[in-house]
Ligand binder design. Structure first.
Ligand code: SF4
Length: 364
């Protein structure tokens, strides 16, 4: 077993290099992993505090023009009933967040371009700002768009944008997506750059435990996140979906509990590497372990995204299978979540935007 002193000296010594990260991600003994998590939790408390910020998640449309090989709502899957919430339904969900002091929402959809769709998003942002006196923080997660469209969203009042890269390795990216011009690694990287130039707080993220993925890929992902200087990150375990092409490789996957543990280690190492960013505790963690999201808080995460998608639509927005809280009412989610957060020693940042301190510190 590696000594606690060795783990501590690697984790909290110099700026982590690839060897250090590989060493930490390779810890396997539960006690060693617990020590890593405890170090990350201390770094979190010292740098961003123990407040957890809510992002009420409104998955407002599952119509997508893309065909990512891992995703349950990919264009070629005929099973989900396709939907787009009306403007009133979205505003109702946003008002729930506002009334219940969530502080922020995330508007998420499948990826579509075109004026009708992007104009709908722009007017929805404006409407939400109007009915909440500009007090509700708005994050968007609506995929790759043009510079003009990103500027339009930003000027309408959205201030954070989440665009997951899923893997920073070009070759692995090619195995997760159809090899055509609509699924272009470089285009996605370019969008991340444009989002930053536009003024957004920019988030990205990767999946952990993908077929073909090695620890070296994950080391590269963490270095990539540091190099692009992301403000917020979502890290979640890959969970297979039977109606996707990648399901054919399920025999090659790590057991789910190993994907969960690797995700927790990734969160811990990232918190140590980037002390003042926001790290979301992905809902996918809860699909593997009923207490997975709360465990992630103990490893350094500080953001949670409770679902505000109407119950009728949730079963049609399954990027992966076994997604939790499909049947729970949003009122039930709210009460249950606060209790769970308190149980791990954190508290909810009610009514706060909980912006990325990293973004603010960079601007100073
Ligand atoms: S991952 Fe996103 S872009 Fe890809 S198919 Fe799913 S919803 Fe569409």
């Amino acid at each position: 077993m590696t000594s606690p002193e060795k783990i501590k000296s690697v984790a909290l010594g110099r700026e982590l290099n690839a060897d250090d990260i590989r060493f930490l991600l390779s810890l396997e003994d539960p006690e060693e992993i617990r020590i890593l998590g405890a170090l990350a939790y201390e770094v979190k408390k010292e740098n961003v505090g123990n407040r957890v910020y809510y992002r009420g998640l409104i998955e407002f449309s599952n119509i997508c023009s893309k065909d990512c090989l891992y995703c349950g709502i990919r264009k070629s899957n005929a099973e989900p009933r396709r939907f787009t919430m009306t403007a009133l339904e979205i505003i109702d969900a946003a008002m729930f967040a506002y009334r219940n002091r969530y502080g922020s929402i995330v508007l998420q959809s499948g990826e579509r371009t075109g004026k009708t769709f992007t104009g709908f998003i722009t007017s929805t942002i404006r409407n939400i700002r109007a009915v909440t006196d500009g007090k509700l923080g708005i994050t968007l997660s609506c995929g790759e768009q043009s510079r003009e469209t990103y500027e339009e969203f930003f000027n309408a009042g959205a201030h954070r944008y989440l665009l997951r890269i899923e893997t920073s390795d070009r070759e692995l990216y090619g195995k997760l997506h159809p090899r055509d011009r609509y699924h272009d690694f470089d285009a996605r990287m370019q969008c991340l750059r444009i989002l930053k130039e536009t003024g957004f707080q920019v988030g990205t993220g990767v999946m952990v435990g993908l077929p073909f993925q090695t620890i070296d890929h994950l080391v590269k992902d963490l270095i990539f996140i540091r190099e692009i200087d992301a403000d917020m990150i979502g890290l979640g375990p890959y969970i297979e979906h039977s109606q996707t092409p990648l399901y054919a490789y399920r025999d090659q996957l790590w057991p789910q509990k190993d994907r969960l543990m690797m995700t927790l280690k990734m969160i811990a190492v990232l918190r140590i590497m980037m002390k003042d960013i926001n790290i979301a505790s992905a809902t996918a963690l809860q699909a593997i372990d009923g207490f997975g999201r709360e465990r992630a808080l103990k490893y350094g995460a500080n953001v949670i995204m409770p679902s505000l998608t109407p119950r009728d639509h949730r079963k049609d927005y399954l990027l992966y299978e076994d997604k939790p809280c499909i049947e729970e009412d949003r009122e039930e989610c709210k009460d249950c979540l606060e209790t769970r957060i308190r149980m791990v020693g954190d508290e909810v940042g009610w009514d706060e935007w909980g912006d990325s301190l990293h973004f603010r510190n960079r601007k100073l």
